[in-house]
Design a protein around this ligand. Structure first.
Ligand SMILES: Cc1cc2nc3c(=O)[nH]c(=O)nc-3n(C[C@H](O)[C@H](O)[C@H](O)COP(=O)(O)OP(=O)(O)OC[C@H]3O[C@@H](n4cnc5c(N)ncnc54)[C@H](O)[C@@H]3O)c2cc1C
Length: 466
């Protein structure tokens, strides 16, 4: 049996890799990565600078791991819908094995490739692995998808752990000698026009394992207590590893369950939120375009290019919101609490369309993931899948005081406020005039109470006639 193992950017690992394990058991193995211009054309790559840097790191690491095991990663440029069927034919492969993607455009791509391979008489087999349970397989008593997280999480937890993670193969067969292709090296970021950002996490299986080990040894125990604190390293920072599959979610679930302790339950619950967002997008692919709550369709979002720019550049005058914006651009990451505050501010204080924020985050986040980002934005805007009512509006000052009590998060990312006394740090406009003059920090672009009232009135009027 000759198998092409098609690595597709969300499974950049050799451990717990179902397609690779299956191919090894079957005989000849051809590891393939396609540099599709959809992502890798320089103008496209430059739109995703952080994700691309992490992905290229992870790809180089995968290439080294496959070589170490005795094989070789073939990196071939071209559109995957053309390249995969062509190479399957040329290499006389019996099957192409890959992990399933939940995104609608990935599903369309896979349907087209399945049809093309079928004409060649080549099997195309998709494996689960992006999620712990197959998307679409967790159903309510009536057979539908859950619309609320808590019962979904309970239904998942009852079926977990799924099968244990697979070990990495001890060795791989060498590439068959007749297999040749116009391969290229893993692109250098500079060739794609990307400037290396040293503040980003390093991608790759080894770096991912080290992050997991550090989390198990450190923040996990206090995760339930510290996870919301923006000023503490209280979370795992594994989101990009899960996004690019340098760790499988099953590996993380198992490692944390085995370790146990008071932080394990709250952490595993977050992995269930991840699961939920992927199952939602599988069920309703249209969520990438439309609100989960249909009543929010046609919502009268404002047009305000200057307001959006102030939000995106970190110049709103609200310190936590600005810290989030600057952290995002600087290191491709934002603490979850800060994401929620920033997203609530854009959609509710500024009354701007959540899709603007969603696209901006997808551009700059290293962990930018269609399913999770969409769910996070819709949830924050009030139009998403949330047991809470739509009219919850985060108060950025109260959130700052509670989750950044000494202001370390704000001071780090908004250096203009580094010397601001803690009493005024989250509302510097209340500082004495003389101090304000020295701070060189903008006045708030909207008043919290007025903005809150505006959102509530607008939403109430819209929902009343929806
Ligand atoms: C507006 C907004 C946009 C977001 N966009 C993304 C995104 O593009 N990619 C992304 O991975 N997460 C996204 N999240 C969820 C969350 O903010 C990040 O997963 C988390 O901050 C990553 O940090 P961590 O790995 O240290 O998380 P931890 O607290 O250590 O959590 C462990 C893992 O659980 C998952 N997770 C945690 N919180 C959530 C959540 N609320 N929803 C879904 N999964 C979760 C992540 O995979 C995370 O790595 C978004 C949240 C919001 C509010």
């Amino acid at each position: 049996m000759r198998s092409i193992v098609w690595f597709r950017g969300k499974d950049l690992r050799v451990a717990d890799h179902g397609p690779l394990a299956e191919a090894v058991a079957g005989g000849e193995v051809i590891p393939l990565f396609v540099l599709d211009p959809y992502f890798f054309a320089p103008e496209r790559a430059r739109e995703l600078p952080h994700r691309m840097q992490f992905l290229l790191d992870a790809l180089s690491s995968l290439e080294a791991n496959l070589t170490h095991l005795g094989s070789r990663l073939l990196v071939v440029p071209g559109r995957s819908v053309d390249v995969v069927p062509r190479l399957a034919h040329q290499w006389r492969a019996d099957q192409v094995l890959a992990h399933r993607w939940v995104e609608p455009f990935g599903r369309v791509r896979d349907r087209r490739i399945a049809e093309a391979l079928d004409q060649e008489g080549v099997a195309f087999r998709l494996f689960e692995g992006e999620t712990m349970l197959p998307p679409g397989s967790v159903r309510t008593g009536q057979g539908g998808m859950f619309r609320v997280f808590t019962p979904f999480g309970r239904a998942c937890a009852a079926r977990l752990p799924a099968d244990p993670p697979l070990a990495a193969p001890r060795a791989l067969p060498p590439l068959p000698s007749d297999v040749t292709a116009d391969t290229v090296p893993v692109p250098d970021p500079a060739v794609l026009g990307l400037e290396a950002n040293p503040r980003l996490q390093v991608g790759g299986e080894r770096a991912a394992r080290a992050r997991l080990a550090a989390f198990l040894d450190g923040p996990l125990a206090g995760y339930g207590r510290d996870r919301d604190r923006m000023d503490l390293p209280g979370t795992s920072r594994l989101s990009a590893d899960l996004k690019f599959g340098t760790l499988s979610v099953r590996q993380v679930w198992q490692a944390v369950s085995d370790q146990g302790g008071p932080g394990a339950g709250p952490f595993l619950n977050e992995l269930l939120w991840r699961e939920f967002s992927h199952h939602l997008l599988w069920e309703w692919p249209e969520l990438l375009e439309r609100p989960f709550r249909p009543a929010f369709g046609g919502f009268p979002w404002r047009e305000d290019a200057a307001g959006f720019e102030a939000w995106a550049e970190g110049r709103t005058g609200y310190p936590v919101v600005d810290a989030a914006a600057r952290q995002l651009k600087a290191e491709g990451f934002v603490h979850n609490r800060a994401r929620m505050v920033a997203a609530s501010f854009l959609t509710k204080h500024l009354l701007l369309d959540w899709r603007l924020g969603e696209a901006h985050y997808l551009r700059w986040l290293t962990d930018g993931d269609w399913a999770q980002n969409n769910a996070g934005w819709q949830w924050s805007a009030g139009c998403g899948c949330d047991a809470q009512p739509w009219f919850r509006i985060f108060n950025p000052v109260a959130q700052g005081r509670k989750f950044d009590p000494d202001g370390a998060y704000v001071r780090r990312w908004v250096p203009e406020l580094a010397d601001c006394p803690a009493a005024f740090l989250h509302e510097p406009w209340k500082a004495p005039r003389a101090l304000r003059g020295r701070l060189d920090y903008p006045e708030p672009i909207v008043d919290h109470a007025l903005a809150r009232a505006r959102f509530l009135a607008t939403a109430k009027a819209h929902l009343a006639q929806a």
